[in-house]
Write a protein of this length. Sequence first.
Length: 202
Amino acid sequence: ALVAKDKEPITPFIAKVRALYQQHGVSSVLVIGGSGDYFDVADKVVAMEAFAPRDATQEAHAIAAHFATPEGKAATAAAAAAPFGSVTQRVPACICQPDLEKVAVRSKGVMSFGDQDCDIASVEQVVEKSQTKAIADTLLFLNRSLGGGNKTVAQLIAEVEGLWDTRGMDVLNPKFKFGHYARPRRYELAAALNRIRTLKLR
């Protein structure tokens, strides 16, 4: 390689994708064009022809085998066996400051905390404004309940889902029965949390 591995600051995803699956059980779905770089590390290859899916795994593996070199095979095996790296749980210290707790939902894709906008337009599974309202109020609810604790994002979301199951969504604002929430999934909650600029993690 032109640049030695120990001098390359960026690790390409292809060097980690097998380790991510084998060591952490996380699958990856990649949508790519004509590049065959991932053929030899893919468990399944689906080709789209005239908008119809077709299993092209055997063909892709045959192409990868035809162009494979001993060095390339060794590098692929070494990358899969190398430690993926630590996966650190995210522990929120603060979602937004108290002076930003005035929340407004302007549209399905935009909510604001004080003067800070949070754009979730690309979170495709949010389909109506009442879901966005539920997400915004849930994030405020979580912000007020953090209290210096050490709960991870996954634990916090699981807890709020448990409250929804047992007490309904009005638990988010017991002083005012909003009555027009649509329950989001945990994935949309996490996606919105990731997009808040004021989020601070421990």
